[in-house]
Design a protein around this ligand. Structure first.
Ligand SMILES: NC(=O)c1ccc[n+]([C@@H]2O[C@H](COP(=O)([O-])OP(=O)(O)OC[C@H]3O[C@@H](n4cnc5c(N)ncnc54)[C@H](O)[C@@H]3O)[C@@H](O)[C@H]2O)c1
Length: 360
């Protein structure tokens, strides 16, 4: 039985991590939660029958000696808490984004390896059934080498209405780092994790005063304060677009938005030597006029909006038993992080950024 501690008791802890650990109760027992606001930690502990709560993460780690720690705090503290939990000998499941820089991501995985512990980024969206179906098709060699891909993660009016997502000091960025991170992770995984070469990006802040519903901003289930923020405070991008090139010659174009006057989309389109796949449309394109259906299986946890977390947490259990490889691998997260870092630099300096520049 793995003892679990959770740092951060907000939306994702309550809607995804806690229900998922409880679901896999043969493998996990949540022994404590922590939140900077002690009242939040107490409330969450009481509501979920968790025996201990803390307002200081290090005290919790020292006293509880957990086997697994979930990090569910705002983005800026992910590295600090992941390194702290690893230093106490825990395996770490860290919410996305794992890190803001290529150097930080490398440092974190090197430290996890030194400690002999698992560190995995919570890239739960890979488990969308149509993405799993596309991956199966690709792994069976039916798509061939992917030379072009398009990533479209478009919310019409979906700026998060809770937490600190709109403030750079806490989130490190806006739509790109919040939902783009899932898109790049999935795209790289589907493309076979090619090494990125360069990134050109443009970003803008639009529609900050037109906040939609909590649901359209991704708060799919309870546990959140959906009070609207002052749009004048928002200092992160609501839209990012651009292009990534890879060392194998492939190209990925992207558009990511919390708010844009575009069609809602959560899609990846891939063109390979053997066939092309439009994942959201569930279509496979071959030859001059061949079009067939992408066969998509059911979702494992259809009633759970964050069912990807249920799958990832099961994967953690199997990795710890020695039965499986981590579903999200270090090198995939390192490449995703490099793309995000390069995109912000590219937009800030209005130029193409070479990934090798990040290695300095
Ligand atoms: N994988 C996904 O699909 C997904 C979905 C939503 C959010 N997330 C990620 O989860 C993280 C949290 O998002 P959320 O929606 O739960 O936000 P939230 O604001 O609802 O919750 C964050 C919690 O962390 C607490 N906190 C802040 N600083 C802390 C500290 N120093 N020590 C302890 N607790 C602290 C806050 O008090 C708050 O309760 C973000 O990084 C976000 O990107 C992931």
């Amino acid at each position: 039985m793995n003892k679990v501690c959770i740092i951060g008791c907000g939306m994702i802890a309550q809607s995804a991590h806690i229900p998922a650990y409880k679901h896999w109760s043969d493998d996990f027992e949540i022994v404590a939660v922590c939140d900077a606001f002690e009242a939040s930690a107490k409330k969450v502990a009481e509501e979920h029958g968790i025996p201990n709560y803390y307002s200081d993460a290090e005290t919790m780690l020292k006293e509880m000696q957990p086997d697994v720690v979930s990090i569910c705090t705002p983005n800026m503290s992910h590295k600090e808490f992941a390194m702290l939990a690893l230093s106490y000998g825990a395996n770490v499941l860290c919410e996305k984004p794992l890190a803001f820089s290529y150097a930080d991501a490398c440092e974190m995985f090197e430290y996890a390896e030194k400690q002999g512990k698992l560190l995995m980024a919570c890239q739960s969206i890979r488990f969308l059934p149509e993405r799993l179906a596309a991956k199966e098709l690709i792994d069976a060699g039916k798509v061939g080498d992917v030379y072009y891909a398009e990533l479209s993660r478009v919310r019409r009016r979906g700026i998060p209405t809770w937490g600190k997502f709109h403030l750079k000091e806490y989130s490190g960025g806006g739509a790109l780092i919040d939902i783009g991170v899932h898109g790049f992770d999935s795209a790289l995984w589907l493309m076979g994790n090619p090494k990125p070469r360069s990134v050109s990006a443009t970003m803008s802040k639009v529609h900050a005063d037109e906040i939609g519903s909590a649901k359209s901003s991704g708060a799919l289930k309870g546990g959140v304060d959906t009070s609207k923020f002052n749009p004048d405070e928002m200092n992160v991008e609501s839209f990012a677009g651009g292009q990534v090139t890879f060392e194998n010659g492939a190209v990925l174009s992207f558009k990511i938005s919390w708010a844009a006057n575009l069609r809602e989309e959560n899609n990846i389109v891939l063109a390979g030597k053997e066939s092309g796949v439009d994942i959201e449309q569930k279509k496979i394109y071959t030859g001059e006029d061949g079009v067939s259906e992408l066969e998509v299986g059911p979702s494992g946890f259809a009633d759970e909006p964050f069912y990807g977390h249920f799958c990832l947490i099961k994967n953690v259990a199997e990795v710890l038993k020695g039965n499986a490889e981590p579903f999200v691998k270090p090198q995939e997260t390192i490449h995703t992080t490099a793309i995000l870092e390069a995109a912000y630099l590219s937009a800030a300096e209005n130029r193409t950024v070479m990934i090798e520049e990040l290695l300095r």
